[in-house]
Design a protein around this ligand. Structure first.
Ligand SMILES: [Zn+2]
Length: 140
């Protein structure tokens, strides 16, 4: 699923495209197990926190009601969230893209596409899920 940056800054972070805002689910919102959620929560230092009351689906269609979603941003692209059932049972979520499914772009491909690449010690990866491009200098 592709999503583009909105460029909006909140809590010092750029929020990725989530089609609208407060009443919309974040991109790629999905349910995960409590075990997976706990692992992520204690692995990360959340960079931001956000609350939404969701009453529209990802396409913007009104779905009624208000699902409260507490969100913790891991970085500017992804994070974890909690919602609850009517009798206060927690539902565990993650959202955005953790950029785990990536491929490396070589210098030729970067040149063709106009992506910065400084040479042999430099590694550029592209996320196959959302298109995020990240460059790292490994010459350290
Ligand atoms: Zn990604």
């Amino acid at each position: 699923m592709k999503f583009k940056k909105m460029g909006e800054v909140r809590n010092g972070m750029t929020i990725p495209a989530v089609k609208g805002d407060y009443n919309y689910p974040p991109a790629n919102l999905c349910e995960i197990s409590q075990e997976e959620w706990a692992k992520l929560f204690f692995l990360w230092h959340p960079k931001g926190q956000e609350n939404r009351q969701i009453c529209r689906d990802a396409e913007g269609k009104y779905v009624g009601g208000h699902t409260e979603l507490q969100m913790w941003w891991q970085d500017e692209y992804s994070g974890i969230a909690l919602s609850r059932t009517g009798d206060n049972q927690l539902i565990y979520h993650r959202f955005g893209c953790p950029h785990e499914n990536t491929k490396e772009l070589d210098q030729d491909e970067c040149r063709t596409r106009g992506i910065y690449h400084s040479g042999r010690q430099y590694h550029v990866t592209e996320c196959l899920e959302c298109g995020y491009v990240h460059g790292v200098d490994s010459s350290g």
